[in-house]
Design a protein around this ligand. Structure first.
Ligand code: SF4
Length: 444
């Protein structure tokens, strides 16, 4: 009887892609997936280590799954936490059978006594393979993908990052940027058989810059064109503002999905420089209004860090007025988290946590109103939507999993495009005509 595996994925869409590829590798190994950890021979946690909160969630999840798993099963920890803190994890979590960093094969267990850390140069131990396949180091980035179970899918076009934003530790454990070949990306797009492809990377618009001879800066533009020709919808996440070229804006608008996920982080010029980032509020506003001139139906998302060392009341006020003026569709606000090994970790000017929370609450309240108003403005409009699951759809304005959704009738097929008229709005979500609002509120 073939062995069963269970994978728990934490963190960002890039981790979702890695898990998908691990699933593909384990299926190719003849193992069977299960959605119950208590029935699995191999339990895998694909962790996140971006900030404190994410690390706590990773540890809690590992311990919770250890509780659930069956006697004799293997508990493997992989992902960013395994890469960044492999040794510490192996030493401090006896519950874990193996800690496997990126691209480290893990369909194996140790012979009895204790875990092996992916960075552990400890004694060589006999490995007992769970399956027959030899234990390769594998190139996670280019592993094949199984067909997408939903009508959309993330595709990771590069790994790592060459920037050095003051608050971010990702380059320290995901390494420098490595862009994939266009051919390998297009093969994956084909394998997924999805109607919408969401392109992701740590620094998406820098795609190709790390391969100046074969690709070079601006390579994202022909890639978007190629994917846009191959599928119904292509969406881009994680755009660094300085790389939002006219050509890139044009190809996004022409793709039919004028959705701009701009990673701005703040708008105060002195604070952005302290974050070792480009730009300022006025330049961002000019770019946004420029895009709106080209495409009035364009939708915008951004993320901001609150409480970065040295953030003043004046900086906060600048961000408040920017949010008011920019009228973005979606915004995420995150409290600054001190990260070992980052530039900001040793900066003075720490912001009092209570003040940080007050600023966060003020920004979130302001943005919730803006988002609700922009959603209300769509009532009466007819929108083209892709149906993701029964009764749930998205137009070009909503990215999967992070933005609101559109409630549609159960009579529209999953995986199909439909035109629906918007009859109502429920905060970030929209309700198409023919769908009972009361039923949705009841379901909530
Ligand atoms: S662009 Fe900046 S925030 Fe994003 S992964 Fe790179 S260093 Fe981190």
């Amino acid at each position: 009887m073939s062995k069963r595996f269970y994978i728990e994925t934490l963190g960002c869409p890039k981790n979702d892609v890695d898990s998908d590829k691990l699933i593909g590798a384990l299926l190719a190994d003849g193992m069977e997936p299960t959605d119950e950890a208590s029935r699995a021979d191999l339990v895998v946690v694909n962790t996140c280590a971006f900030i404190d909160e994410a690390r706590r969630e990773s540890i809690d999840t590992i311990l919770a799954l250890d509780e659930q798993r069956i006697e004799g099963s293997q508990l493997v920890v992989t992902g960013c936490m395994a890469e960044r803190y492999g040794k510490e994890l192996a030493a401090e979590l006896p519950e874990v059978d193996q800690v496997a960093g990126f691209g480290q094969a893990f369909n194996a267990v140790l012979d009895g006594d204790g875990p092996q850390g992916s960075n552990d140069a400890g004694p060589v131990r006999k490995l007992i393979p769970v399956s027959s396949t030899p234990l390769p180091e594998f190139d996670l980035l280019n592993l094949p993908r199984p067909k997408s179970p939903v009508p959309w899918a993330y595709v990771k076009i590069a790994e790592g990052c060459d920037r050095s934003c003051g608050f971010c530790a990702i380059p320290s454990f995901r390494g420098p940027q490595r862009s994939r070949d266009v051919a390998s990306i297009m093969t994956e797009v084909e394998q997924l058989e999805a109607r919408e492809i969401v392109l992701v990377a740590q620094d998406l618009a820098s795609y190709g810059k790390d391969r100046p001879d074969e690709m070079g800066a601006g390579s994202i533009v022909p890639l978007v064109k190629a994917v846009s020709d191959a599928v119904d919808r292509v969406r881009l996440l994680y755009l660094y503002p300085s790389d939002l070229s006219d050509e890139l804006i044009e190809v996004i608008c022409e793709s039919g999905v004028p959705y701009f996920d701009l990673s701005l982080q703040h708008v105060s010029k002195p604070l952005l420089r302290r974050m070792r980032r480009w730009g300022d509020g006025q330049r961002f506003l000019d770019r946004i209004s420029d895009i709106r001139d080209r495409e009035p139906e364009a939708a915008f998302r951004s993320n901001f860090i609150v409480g970065y060392p040295g953030e003043t009341e004046a900086d906060h006020d600048l961000l408040l007025s920017f949010v008011k003026e920019a009228q973005l569709d979606w915004c995420g606000f995150f409290s600054y988290s001190r990260e070992d090994g980052t530039y900001a970790a040793d900066l003075d000017g720490a912001v009092d946590p209570q003040l940080m929370n007050e600023r966060l609450a003020e920004l979130r309240e302001l943005q919730d109103d803006i988002t609700a108003t922009r959603r209300d403005a769509l009532i009466g409009k007819t929108l083209d939507v892709l149906v993701d699951t029964p009764g749930i759809a998205r137009s070009h304005r909503e990215a999967p999993e992070i933005d609101g959704v559109i409630h549609v009738g159960q009579n529209v097929d999953v995986g199909s495009f439909a035109q629906v008229q918007i009859a109502d709005a429920l905060g970030p979500d929209l309700v198409a005509s023919g769908v009972e609002r009361a039923a949705l509120e009841e379901a909530d």
